[in-house]
Design a protein around this ligand. Structure first.
Ligand code: ADP
Ligand code: MG
Ligand code: MG
Length: 250
C-alpha cells in the first residue's frame, strides 16, 4: 500500500493565499471525491500535488510513502507514480500521441518497453475507450475535440498505470455515452494499487465511480469529510447546507 499525505498545506498564487491549511490522506485502493463550489481551490490542490510552477507552497507538506514530494521535479513526481488528468490539456504540436505516451512510459522504466508490447497496450486502451485508432498518430491534443481530449487523459492514465491519479473535471463536456466509457475505464483500473482523487461538477460521474471518501473544499479548506452520503446530499441540496456548519461560501 502507498500513502499520499498532505499536511497543513498553504498555497499562494501571485501572493494571494488560495489553500489555507489542507489536511488529506489518500491510500492506494481508495477513491476520493473532492467537491466544492467553483473557485475554492480544487484545481489548485491537484496542480500543486503535481508540481505546477504557478503555485507556491508557503507552508505544510506533501509526502508519498514518507518521501518529500515538494522537493521533487514534476518529472520525478510522475516517475514516482503521480498522474494529473486535466480539464484543459495542452496541445503539443509536433509530438504524436503515441510518441508522447511511449516516452512517458519509458521514463518510468529501467528498460524501455518493447515496441510491440507498447503497441498492443495502446491498441487495447484505444479499443476500450472507443477512440479513433488514428488518434495515436495525431499530434498530442491538437485538433482533438473536447471529448477526445478527455478520453485521451484517461488513455494516458491507463498506459502510465500511476499509483495516484488526480482527475480534474475530466468529465466536463462529455456526452452520456462518453461519460459511461470513461467511467467504465476508471472502474476497470481500480485496484489496491491505485488511489484516485476525482473532481467533478456532475453527480453522474460520482454515481458511476462511487467514491469511498468525499471531501468538500471551501475557501481553501476542507470543511466536510465523509463517505458517499456526502456526495448524495450535495446532489440533492447543493452546497448551501455547508453554511449551517458555520462556513461562509465564497
Ligand atoms: P476550483 O478548481 O475549485 O474551481 P481553483 O483552484 O481553480 O478553484 O481556483 C481557486 C482560486 O484561485 C480562485 O479564486 C482563482 O481565481 C484563483 N486562481 C487560480 N489560478 C490563478 C492564477 N493563475 N492567478 C490568479 N488567481 C488564480
Ligand atoms: Mg473551477
Ligand atoms: Mg477547478
Amino acid at each position: 500500500m502507498s500513502v499520499l499525505d498532505i499536511k497543513d498545506l498553504h498555497v499562494s498564487v501571485e501572493d494571494k493565499e488560495i489553500l489555507k491549511g489542507i489536511n488529506l490522506t489518500i491510500k492506494t485502493g481508495e477513491t476520493h471525491a473532492l467537491m466544492g463550489p467553483n473557485g475554492n481551490g480544487k484545481s489548485t490542490l491537484l496542480s500543486t500535488i503535481m508540481g505546477h510552477p504557478k503555485y507556491t507552497v508557503t507552508s505544510g507538506s506533501i509526502t508519498l510513502d514518507g518521501e518529500d514530494v515538494l522537493a521533487m521535479s514534476v518529472d520525478e513526481r510522475a516517475r514516482k507514480g503521480l498522474f494529473l488528468g486535466m480539464q484543459y490539456p495542452e496541445a503539443i504540436p509536433g509530438v504524436t500521441n503515441s510518441d508522447f505516451l511511449r516516452a512517458a512510459i519509458n521514463a518510468r522504466r529501467e528498460e524501455p518497453m518493447k515496441l510491440f508490447q507498447f503497441i498492443r497496450k495502446l491498441d487495447s486502451a484505444i479499443d476500450e475507450l472507443q477512440m479513433d485508432e488514428n488518434l495515436a498518430h495525431r499530434y498530442l491534443n491538437e485538433g482533438f475535440s473536447g471529448g477526445e481530449k478527455k478520453r485521451n487523459e484517461i488513455l494516458q492514465m491507463k498506459l502510465l498505470n500511476p499509483k495516484f491519479a488526480l482527475l480534474d473535471e475530466i468529465d466536463s463536456g462529455l456526452d452520456v455515452d462518453a461519460l459511461k466509457i470513461v467511467s467504465d475505464a476508471i472502474n476497470n483500473m481500480k485496484s489496491d494499487e491505485l488511489g484516485l482523487v476525482i473532481v467533478s461538477h456532475y453527480d453522474r460521474l460520482y454515481e458511476l465511480v462511487k467514491p469511498t471518501h468525499v471531501h468538500v473544499l471551501v475557501d481553501g479548506k476542507i470543511v466536510v469529510d465523509g463517505g458517499y452520503e456526502i456526495a448524495e446530499r450535495i446532489n440533492k441540496e447543493g452546497f448551501e447546507w455547508v453554511k449551517e456548519l458555520g462556513v461562509e461560501l465564497k
